[in-house]
Design a binder for this molecule. Sequence first.
Ligand code: PMT
Length: 208
Amino acid sequence: MKVLITAGPTIESIDPVRYLTNRSSGKMGYALAAAAAKRGHSVLLISGPTSLEIPEGVDFIPIENAAEMYQAVASQISRHDLAIFTAAVADYTPSKIAEQKLKKAEDEMTLTLKRTKDILGSAREAMNFEGILVGFAAETENLLENARSKCLKKRCNLIVANDVSRSDIGFDSSENEVTLVYPDHSETLPQDSKENLALHLIEIIEGI
Ligand code: PMT
């Protein structure tokens, strides 16, 4: 299969030296890319900035912000049979990037943000993607309910949900525990290294 994977965080500039980002290390997405390549698939990894090495045999497009990730996915997705979205994409970005470094003045300052495009949510409609679509859901409450709603709304074959309120799994840890949420049922996999989980997930997705 030809597999597209998004990974890592996005960084949204405020001014030339400051930005908004999140705690994604990229480990889950890079482990999936390595696992898919190991299983003989052709893999394109589209990633925000991380400190990880690009897995062997994997094609790579680096991006910085949510708008660049949207463009990269939109231009590539139609060439793929499977798309897996593990990236932690900013939902909001500063409305304006200041040209010069912002100076401190008042005791409080307000930053105005605007919505970014939902890349996973655009795959079926705006990008006309007809392949297997797998999203992730980073939840701190109502894991199953929120993940199922994402699965149905974004017309995914599968949502891989993780509880990101726990520090031993999810963001920036080496292990994860995920619940596979399909349109009509769900199944929790035991906690394991992201590498082992990634291999297991790729095998499960091959079954779809
Ligand atoms: O990178 P690690 O440190 O290994 O951590 C892994 C992880 C916790 C980041 C990963 O397992 C995970 O949960 N990724 C999804 C993070 C996320 O942003 O979840 P969400 O519930 O906010 O988004 C739902 C889905 O929509 C995700 O597939 C996301 O990639 C996608 N999305 C979100 C916003 C947006 N503008 N465009 C998107 O495509």
